[in-house]
Unconditional design. Structure first.
Length: 282
C-alpha cells in the first residue's frame, strides 16, 4: 500500500464526516490533514475503503473516543487490539485519546466522563496510557476535556495532571483550545494561565470547535455544532505563540454545515498559523 503523505507542522485540517466524504473524494480540496474517530472504522466497511483511498492524498489523524483511559477498571484488550489493527492499516500521522473515562462493568456510556484529579487516578491513568502506547506501538496525544463540574476531592490542577502524565509516560498533548475556553468560562479561571502551564514541547495537535450557552444552567457547552467563536480564535492565537504552529483541526460533529464552511474555518486556522510562522522568522 502507498505510504500516506507527510504532515506539516503548520497544517490545518477538518474532521472527516460521512456527509462530506463523497464531495472530498471528488473535489480533493486543499487540506493539511483529515481526522477520523477510530470507532467508526474498526470493521471492514465501505467507509474504511474510502478512508484508505483518501489517505493516499491526505495525512490521516486517528482520534479515539472509547478507550476509557481514565476508568478504574483494566483496559478493554479487545478494543485496544482493534485500535492497533486500524492504526497498522491506516498508518496515521497522529493518534489521540481523551483525559476521560466512558466504560465500566462491561457497559459503554455514550459520553466522555470526568475523573477526579488525585494521586490515585493519576497512577491509574498513567498506567493505562503506558499500556496503550506499548500495545499500539505509538505515542498517544491526550486531549484535555471541557468541564461542567469539579470533584471536591481533586487535589491536582488539570494542566498539572496532564503535565505529570507526559512526564511519566512520554505521551503528548492534544490541546483543545475550545475546551479550555469553555472550562475557563464555566469555572472563572484564566485560560492563558492554563496554556502556560502545559509543557509546550509535548503539544502535538490543537483542536478548535464551536460551543453554545445553556441558558437554563448558565454554562458553555462544547457541542461541536457551530463556527469557532471569536474569543476561541483569540485564544488559538495565544496557543500558537506558546506552542508554535502545530497541526490544528476544525471539529464539527453536530448540525453539520456545507463542506465549504468547514473548509473556510480551516483556511482561517491556516492563515493564523501562517501569520505566527512568518512572525517567528521575521
Amino acid at each position: 500500500m502507498t505510504k500516506p503523505p507527510l504532515l506539516s507542522n503548520c497544517s490545518a485540517g477538518i474532521g472527516l464526516r460521512l456527509p462530506h466524504v463523497a464531495e472530498i473524494a471528488a473535489a480533493r480540496p486543499q487540506l493539511g490533514f483529515i481526522e477520523v474517530h477510530a470507532e467508526n472504522y474498526m470493521a471492514e466497511s465501505a467507509a474504511l475503503d474510502r478512508l484508505l483511498e483518501l489517505r493516499c492524498d491526505y495525512p490521516v489523524s486517528i482520534h479515539g473516543v472509547a478507550l476509557s483511559l481514565g476508568s478504574a477498571e483494566e483496559l478493554d484488550r479487545i478494543h485496544l487490539g482493534r485500535l492497533r489493527a486500524l492504526i497498522e492499516r491506516v498508518e496515521p500521522v497522529l493518534v489521540s485519546e481523551h483525559l476521560a473515562w466512558s466504560a465500566i462493568g462491561g457497559a459503554y456510556l455514550n459520553d466522555l466522563l470526568p475523573l477526579p484529579y488525585t494521586e490515585e487516578s493519576l497512577e491509574i491513568f498513567c498506567r493505562h496510557v503506558g499500556e496503550a502506547q506499548e500495545t499500539l506501538g505509538r505515542r498517544l496525544l491526550i486531549e484535555n476535556p471541557s468541564s461542567y463540574l469539579r470533584f471536591l476531592h481533586s487535589t491536582i490542577p488539570e494542566a498539572e495532571f496532564l503535565t505529570e502524565t507526559v512526564r511519566q509516560t512520554g505521551c503528548g498533548i492534544l490541546c483543545d483550545v475550545n475546551n479550555i475556553y469553555v472550562s475557563a468560562t464555566n469555572f472563572r479561571f484564566d485560560p492563558i494561565t492554563y496554556l502556560d502551564a502545559l509543557p509546550a514541547a509535548a503539544v502535538g495537535e490543537i483542536h478548535l470547535a464551536g460551543h453554545h450557552t445553556a441558558e437554563d444552567v448558565n454554562l458553555l457547552i462544547d457541542d461541536h455544532g457551530s463556527r469557532v467563536a471569536q474569543p476561541v480564535w483569540e485564544l488559538y492565537a495565544q496557543a500558537l505563540r506558546r506552542f508554535g504552529a502545530v497541526p490544528s483541526l476544525i471539529e464539527w460533529d453536530t448540525k453539520l454545515p456545507a463542506l465549504d464552511i468547514l473548509l473556510e474555518e480551516a483556511r482561517h486556522a491556516q492563515e493564523l498559523a501562517d501569520v505566527h510562522r512568518h512572525a517567528e522568522f521575521a
